[in-house]
Design a protein around this ligand. Structure first.
Ligand code: COA
Length: 185
């Protein structure tokens, strides 16, 4: 039974296989999950290379760093908010990831939303994103977020269905982004 868990070194092998899959599929590295903090403006961000993550001790640092991003005491560059990073796993298999931002910046309110997610290419079209977003709603509620804003590109049919299956109420479109609110209680 798949579940949302904290990033953990025990998933190293499967996580790295998923990154190889993403790269082979030609998808952008940002969806592969190597960045803990994206580069924004003059900030260089923080990213780990695939070679680095093959080292168990670096991978352990990586998962610890991801978990630290949920702690409001962790220093972050301007424009990056505290966020809980969760992985969707089935046994030892890493299937996808999800991020719950604890608050909205003006940019997140317009475009990014509270929750972002991705499913590894080989695990798609099996209902994982739908189940993962549903499982994230109580977590967001425990963080005091109700409702959550979830957005997707107007061309992203799969993500749109995921949001609508979770009860997303469409508010409007800004640029290419469709914006939906979902009750978490
Ligand atoms: C979008 C994404 C998360 C969907 O993950 P998934 O696990 O395949 O989604 P599900 O299996 O839960 O499918 C959800 C719905 O989308 C449909 N769907 C999935 N992939 C599809 C595709 N490529 N084209 C059309 N419909 C698709 C499914 O049939 C399902 O529809 P249904 O609810 O009517 O049955 C995944 O494709 C992904 O990681 N994409 C790249 C990152 C991304 O776009 N993230 C979302 C940012 S907003």
């Amino acid at each position: 039974m798949p579940e949302l868990v904290d990033p953990d070194p025990r998933y190293q092998r499967s996580f790295l296989e998923s990154v190889e899959e993403w790269l082979a599929a030609g998808d952008a590295e940002r969806w592969a999950g190597l960045s803990t903090i994206p580069a924004i403006g003059e900030s260089e961000g923080e990213a780990f290379t695939l070679v680095e993550l093959a080292d168990p001790s670096r991978f352990s640092t990586y998962t610890a760093r991801l978990k630290s991003l949920a702690d409001p005491a962790t220093p972050l560059p301007a424009g990056i908010v505290t966020a809980t990073q969760l992985w969707w796993v089935d046994g030892q298999e890493y299937l996808g990831r999800l991020s719950i931002r604890h608050s909205l910046t003006p940019w997140l309110l317009e475009f990014g939303g509270h929750i972002g997610y991705s499913v590894r290419p080989s695990a798609r079209r099996r209902g994982h994103a739908t189940a993962m977003l549903a499982a994230a709603l109580p977590v967001a509620n425990r963080l005091g977020i109700d409702p959550v804003l979830v957005t997707c590109d107007d061309t992203n049919v799969a993500s749109r269905r995921v949001i609508e299956a979770a009860g997303g109420v469409f508010e409007d479109q800004r640029g290419e982004k469709l914006r939906y609110w979902i009750a978490t209680s």
